[in-house]
Design a binder for this molecule. Sequence first.
Ligand SMILES: [Zn+2]
Length: 346
Amino acid sequence: MREYLSAVFGNRESRLALGKSIEEGRLSHAILIEGAEGSGKSTLAKELAMASLCEHRTDPSYPLPCRRCRACHLVEENLTPDVHVLSRGDKATIGVEAVREVRADAMLSATEFDQRFYIFQDAESMTVQAQNALLKVMEEPPTEIKILLLTTSADAMLTTVRSRARLVRMQRFSPGEIAAYLKEKAPALLNAAPASATDTETLLTAAQGSIGSALALLSPQSREAVAKKRAEVLSVIQALSTRTYTPILNAIGNLPTKRDELSDALLLLHTALRDLVLLKRTDDPPMTFFPSPDAVPSTMRDISLVALLAVVKATEEALEEIEKNANVTTVQALFGSRLREAQKVR
Ligand SMILES: [Zn+2]
């Protein structure tokens, strides 16, 4: 069996389908690649370009891409003008000028290869105007061009763009699959001191299915930061299992006071609460915050469903208030009194 797009980890079905399309010369003109940060979108985009330009693309005795021919080499080393990567750089959005340049460039006759690739990173940050301009390019491809749109959320793109592009969703991996990958590619990172086995497992869970996030989370600095954030969240939940107000006040006092950091902490709390709510409903739910049901302390398991739901609501309200620019101290005070109410529910 021929090997397709093997620089991408996992994603077997997508790799096979896309590889076959390239082999048969019928890869879509526009592809929307959706996946979390670090899920391999850029790697896949580069593989698609390399495979499409590979001199051995129709020869099944070679892997696709072959990684040996001149074309593969040029793409690998970013040496060909026929593969463009566009990003927003330090700007907030990708504006219409960027797409106009693509359009002008696409009008020029092909240089070295018979196809030209435009890879847009953070495609969701394209302005509506830019997306509309892109549609024109997609509708009347001047030469053989391929547009690859990389995004964390396909829903954030215009419907008209979505409907003209083939959608590829990157796979989310289980903590076990990520561990297997890291064991092979980055064993030192996986075994790094000082974390215990449980800590590593927790971090792999916190990566939420993304290998890139796992790599970032496992770095020593980040291990510490993650541990601190998780401890803050756990202390809020722990406080709920007591009957007094002081632990709640202490836990809230330990939450970050910067707006965006507080918002991150509340989002993390929300994922932990979601795990606890799911645990009330089934024995072995898919967990996001805790590595496994066994990792949940019994005091937390004892918090009633009604109380948990009240805290979920309080957390969502606090997040909304932050969103609406409410004063952080006020948000924390309100959150505290709502938690106090939730604590009384048994
Ligand atoms: Zn090749």
